[in-house]
Design a protein around this ligand. Structure first.
Ligand SMILES: [Zn+2]
Length: 507
């Protein structure tokens, strides 16, 4: 803890926070009973007569228009010494302030919160979840400026969880608004599980109403997951990482050095629900590589004022789903048969969705803003379902074509090192295909047809190379409807080559 504070203090000086342009936010949680978060914001005008401040319309990681501006109430603008300034609201998300030439402006407003959800802010008497994109206004054209946020411990609350660097108790710094908007804050009477370090980096798990369970045991498994995932990529790019457990409920959103998740420890004694929870945690954790750093070029730097559309969520989300079970298997948490059963279920789900004949994988990504996060079953497909299927076939084909010298892991490492680390940018669609073909040493046009066309998937052409075979038959579901049943088996007498590929995929 001490070390982290020290590191943050150094950063603070290095990036010149002495600079006068820092934007200051102070949160007020005393109106928790009315579900209102108070915000006071102070910034320099740079001598401009007119300044626009804006609220994002969406949050990275949740590809839906949220129009957060509509939750801003009691907006007030004043000079440093408290004289009111006039302002005008321009649409839902923008406030235009007439500064009368003053150097510094202070804004006060409230966020009226309604429900506890990973993509919105929420406060009640028990805790506050501050989603920065839904809470902190940004000065138009000045999102490169540093921000300092003060979060008081009021209402008898004891603890704060966030990925932001702390510079004093309850005081946090972000080097720009991309970092501020990337770091949700949970404050309340929170509980912390035993932390662990991987390659010297601290990993914490802090949450609200986590329930009665073996927290130490969970953290041991989580340490294995973090170790396995970071070994896969070969680098840990952050200084500290925080799992922010928001309380019982579904959903999670990934950030650069934290994830906010719906979480309850109750039920973790049951193997099935424990593995589902570990899978979910592995997913959110692996996202800090895949989608936050290994990212489609359209996803960052972000435009917070409109949808940021990409064809590549099959990589960012689909391959993250694929790697959930691969990571759990390599970490020794689930066995080979568990993973094969999971693949079978995913393929069966996809084959029973009529949407597969109507929407391509690339379209499911681009249209997620209209179709919703999981698509409209029967009409569209979900990149969470077809994405991991294509990931599996790609992994098998790269292993097979390269005589097991390369795999999808090499593609992920290549994208990370080439475009994120060296290039400081996202990848293009052509660059992903080129990286896969470079590792395979051959063209992969047919597999990419499964991303860009409606072509029916020829599963066995690829699965056989890993000693697996799938068959489909008719079955009835619980409602008595006819469905396609998938059966995925290991070949009885696999060749050495088939055995080698399956051994490479799974332990
Ligand atoms: Zn995800």
């Amino acid at each position: 803890m001490r070390k982290i504070i020290f590191a943050a203090a150094v950063l603070f000086t290095q990036v010149g926070f002495a600079q006068k342009d820092t934007v200051y936010f102070k949160v007020n949680t005393t109106n928790a009973k009315a579900n209102k978060i108070g915000v006071s914001m102070t910034f320099k005008t740079g001598g401009k007569d007119i300044v626009d401040v804006k609220m994002p319309v969406w949050s990275p990681g949740y590809y839906q228009l949220m129009n957060y501006g509509k939750t801003v109430k009691e907006f007030k603008a004043a000079t440093n010494d408290g004289k009111s300034l006039s302002w005008q609201q321009m649409g839902t998300d923008t406030w235009r302030i007439a500064t009368k030439g003053v150097k510094q402006v202070q804004l006060n407003y409230e966020i009226q919160t309604e429900r506890s959800f990973v993509a919105t802010s929420y406060i009640n008497e028990e805790r506050a979840f501050i989603k920065p994109t839904a809470t902190f206004l940004g000065v138009e054209g000045a999102l490169h400026l540093p921000a300092v946020v003060t979060v008081p411990l009021e209402n008898g609350w004891t603890r704060i969880a966030t990925g932001l660097d702390s510079i004093a108790k309850g005081k946090y710094v972000a080097k720009d608004f991309d970092i501020l908007y990337d770091c949700p804050i949970l404050v309340g009477d929170l509980q912390e599980l035993p932390s662990f370090k991987v390659k010297g980096k601290m990993h914490r798990f802090i949450g609200f109403k986590m329930g009665n369970f073996d927290g130490g045991g969970l953290m041991k498994d989580l340490e294995k997951i973090v170790t396995t995932a970071s070994n896969l990529i070969g680098d840990i790019p952050y200084d500290h990482y925080t799992f922010i457990a928001m309380g019982p409920g579904a959903g999670g959103i990934e950030q650069l050095n934290s994830t906010a998740i719906g979480f309850s420890g109750e039920g973790l004694n049951n193997t099935g629900s424990r593995n589902r929870m570990l899978s979910f945690l592995a997913h959110e954790y692996f996202h800090h590589y895949n989608i936050k750093r290994i990212r489609p070029i359209e996803l960052g730097p972000f435009d917070y004022s409109k949808p940021n559309r990409t064809n590549s969520l099959w990589v960012g989300e689909g391959l993250t789903v694929y790697y959930e079970s691969i990571i759990l298997n390599r970490a020794g948490i689930i066995n080979k048969q568990d993973v094969i059963d999971g693949w079978r279920g995913t393929i069966q789900g996809f084959e029973n969705n009529a949407g597969r004949k109507k929407q391509t994988l690339a379209q499911s990504s681009a249209n997620t803003w209209e179709d919703g996060p999981f698509g409209k079953r029967g009409e569209t497909i979900s990149f969470y379902e077809k994405g991991p299927i294509v990931g599996l076939l790609l992994d098998i084909e790269i292993r097979s074509a390269s005589n097991n010298k390369k795999s999808l892991d090499d593609v992920m490492r290549y994208l990370y090192n080439t475009y994120y680390k060296s290039g400081g940018r996202g990848f293009t669609e052509a660059e992903v295909k080129a990286a896969c073909e470079q590792m395979a040493g051959t063209k992969l046009d047919e597999l990419f047809d499964y991303i860009y066309t409606l072509k029916e998937v020829d599963y066995n052409k690829y699965l056989t190379k890993a000693g697996l075979t799938i068959s489909f038959s008719e079955d009835k579901n619980q409602k008595g409807e006819t469905i396609t049943k998938a059966t995925l088996l290991q070949l009885e007498n696999p060749t050495t080559s088939q055995q080698t590929i399956l051994k490479g995929l799974l332990k």
